[in-house]
Design a protein around this ligand. Structure first.
Ligand code: NAD
Length: 515
């Protein structure tokens, strides 16, 4: 199988799709054909800042669509696995170039699709570009290990092999970055994929897939099936042709997927929820710590798996820090993220806004002190969308539900402590372990924190958000099941090891016994 180059017709069609401001009918891609759902049903995708803005309709698919996609991907695997990895990677380099050309259009579409501000959606597309360049280079690596054999005239080496069809299930908060973190390494490793994006953000995933087609990825190698978790997600998880599931989303759904996959011992890579904290020591640069907390807690309207939802502050700097933080947070401007003056966009939908508010009510009942926000923003045009005011609780204690459970919204809980040991104990006191941060000028304290914090990611003098593609990404405890995306480690999730012994002695040699 060769990797064809893009045709001019395909290019112009794809461009106009990204730029078209009117609603359109999006389709599944199965075995190289764009198709409706077998049932003919569809669902809408609307702008959470202005729900009258309809981006388009998408196939509301079911198990029969998943089956067709999995079968197509299995057929394509037979040839794709034999394409040399450096050639597979060439398609990713071309995709990176196309993403670069269309970055602005894709970012604007993403802001309309899920609400985060335009600077952040540009960053989301940039992450896909970074990942394409980074992981395409793996096409000329995919390192195995070669070691000396214990026997003469014998070579011992190991190599990576693809798994087959990979099922990819993604959330809505990074609509292009997360699909790219899964699709690109899967493809360069020689797998074929079926992706089911979140139904709140199907358009960004669609355009990513369309770009891959345009970049020359052959028919059936990438398939996309739109629809819900139970109608498309579960059928993908249990499909016998699907050899691996890579899932990013909530811990509850991750556990369901793990249970369903356990029946066939299917490989599952899970990237799940977080309850991340920033520690501020008494010797910290407080201005920097305030900037970090603002960005960590209210960037992406708090809807990042790595968002700062707890601020663990030393008693001696508490009052100063909280005063500055409230002053800054109260000036954040809410609105439609397409306007570059806006700091905070809407939540992804009304249900998420109601969920966030229910946690605020829980916090109040638990006795935490609401010092900022605490309600939906409904004045003027904001009333149309799913806006929620940046919210800060002070006087939070570690066992309160708002300090333990993932809220996934612009709500920050301030917890006061008296020592580094106590800060780390509080930080570690949730079921999650994704990201963490400490602000201090003392390198000894910083390194103790890095050693003792139970999290997959630790920042020193930076917020809990800001991961780069070339390092492993993921968490401990209920944030995952030990796999890591990003970095060289992602290749482990998408390949099997094969150990190969070549005996050129011309005689029977018996390891361990010939001694
Ligand atoms: P979610 O778990 O509700 O949904 C994620 C995806 O799973 C969606 O595509 C959804 O349709 C699908 N799904 C839902 N139920 C399913 C089921 N029973 N079987 C199979 N698939 C199913 O999560 P969300 O609301 O889209 O995203 C927010 C969550 O994702 C948060 O918990 C956040 O922390 C987490 N997240 C984690 C990371 C990470 O890398 N650790 C990154 C981003 C988001």
């Amino acid at each position: 199988m060769s990797v064809p180059t893009a045709t001019p017709a395909a290019r112009s069609e794809s461009r106009s799709l990204v730029q078209d401001p009117g609603p359109r009918e999006y389709l599944n891609l199965i075995g190289g054909s764009w198709t409706r759902s077998r049932s003919g049903k569809s669902f809408e995708n609307r702008n959470p800042a202005r729900p009258r803005d309809l981006l388009g309709t998408f196939p509301d698919s079911g198990p029969e669509d998943v089956d067709a996609a999995a079968q197509a991907a299995a057929r394509a695997f037979a040839a794709w696995r034999l394409v040399p990895a450096p050639r597979r990677a060439e398609a990713l380099y071309r995709a990176a170039e196309l993403l670069r050309e269309r970055k602005e259009d894709l970012a604007r579409l993403m802001t309309r699709e899920m609400g985060k501000v335009i600077a952040e959606t540009r960053g989301d597309v940039q992450e896909a570009i970074d990942m394409a360049y980074y992981i395409a280079a793996e096409g000329r690596r995919l390192f195995g290990v070669t070691v000396p054999s214990e026997l003469p005239n014998k070579i011992a080496m190991s190599m990576r092999q693809p798994l087959g069809v990979c099922g990819l299930i993604t959330p809505w908060n990074f609509p292009m970055a997360i699909p790219s973190w899964k699709i690109f390494p899967a493809l360069v490793s020689g797998n074929t994929v079926v992706i089911k994006p979140a139904s709140d953000t199907p358009a960004s995933a669609h355009h990513l897939v369309e770009i891959l087609v345009e970049a020359g990825v052959p028919e059936g190698v990438v398939n996309i099936v739109h629809g819900g978790g139970s109608s498309v997600g579960i059928p993908l998880v249990v499909h016998p042709q699907v050899k691996m599931i890579s899932f990013t989303g909530s811990s509850d759904v991750g556990k369901t997927i793990a249970e369903r996959s356990a029946k066939t011992l299917k490989r599952v890579s899970l990237e799940l929820g977080g309850k991340n904290a920033q520690i501020v020591m008494e010797d910290a640069d407080l201005d920097l710590a305030v900037e970090g907390a603002l960005w960590g807690a209210f960037g992406t309207t708090g809807q990042r798996c790595t968002a700062t939802s707890r601020l663990i502050v030393m008693k001696s700097v508490h009052d100063d820090l909280v005063r500055r933080l409230v002053e800054r947070a109260s000036k954040l401007v809410l609105g439609d993220g397409l306007d570059p003056r806006i700091d905070v966009g809407p939540l992804v939908n009304r249900a998420q806004r109601d969920r966030v508010h229910s946690y605020v009510e829980i916090g109040k009942k638990e006795g935490a002190k609401l010092i900022l926000g605490g309600s939906a923003a409904e004045e003027g045009a904001l009333g149309e969308g799913s806006f929620y005011r940046p919210t800060i609780f002070d006087g939070v204690t570690p066992a309160m539900r708002i300090a333990v459970e993932e809220i996934f919204g612009p709500v920050l809980s301030v917890i006061t402590v008296s020592s580094l040991d106590e800060a780390i104990e509080v930080l570690n006191g949730t079921p999650y372990g994704l990201s963490s941060s400490i602000y201090t000028r003392d390198v000894n304290r910083a390194m103790r924190a890095v050693r003792d914090i139970e999290a997959g990611i630790s920042y020193v003098n930076g917020p809990t958000i800001g991961a780069e593609v070339q390092l492993p990404f993921g968490g401990v405890k209920e944030t995952g099941n030990g796999h890591r995306e990003g970095g060289p480690t992602v290749i482990d999730a998408f390949t099997e090891w094969k150990s190969v012994y070549v005996d050129y002695s011309g005689r029977l040699q018996k390891a361990q016994i010939d001694r």
